[in-house]
Design a protein around this ligand. Structure first.
Ligand code: I3S
Length: 126
């Protein structure tokens, strides 16, 4: 399946804890609420789980609450203006959702930024 394909291309990118906050939805600005989430990159989608072990549970139990964003046509870029934190990048989805993702560990966040941006760019041109 396509999830496996992505993992085979990028075996080190199975999952990671990043800090996440939504800053806008449907053109409306939201109050920030940074939380740590387990992030999984699949074919055209980024999924968020409270904890890494919920990833397995989520795939077994349908109806288990699962958050995610469609990366198709999304814009992914570093930002220094939207937060005072370091290593922050923004994802703006085609539906107008704006998210910030961050980690103090630059090598980790940089690797994820690159993979997410590549996925968004590739799914846009497909
Ligand atoms: O963009 P802002 O409003 O300066 O974001 C900060 C606030 O969301 C703040 O919450 P309170 O308004 O309840 O104090 C958060 O604690 C901060 O983390 C936000 O700023 P950073 O720079 O961390 O994204």
């Amino acid at each position: 399946n396509s999830t496996q394909d992505v993992h085979q291309l990028q075996p080190s990118l199975h999952g990671v804890y990043l800090n996440k906050t939504k800053i806008a939805e449907g053109g409306k600005k939201l109050k920030k609420n940074w939380t740590s989430v387990w992030v999984v990159l699949s074919a055209n989608e980024l999924r968020f789980y409270k904890e890494s072990k919920q990833e397995a549970v989520g795939s077994l139990k349908s109806g288990h609450k699962q958050e995610g964003v469609d990366l198709c046509g999304a814009v992914v870029d570093w930002t220094t203006e939207k937060s005072s934190r370091k290593n922050v990048f923004q994802i703006t989805t085609r539906s107008g959702e704006e998210l910030l993702l961050q980690s103090d560990d630059y090598p980790t966040v940089s690797k994820w930024h690159d993979a997410i941006k590549k996925t968004a760019d590739r799914s846009f041109s497909a």
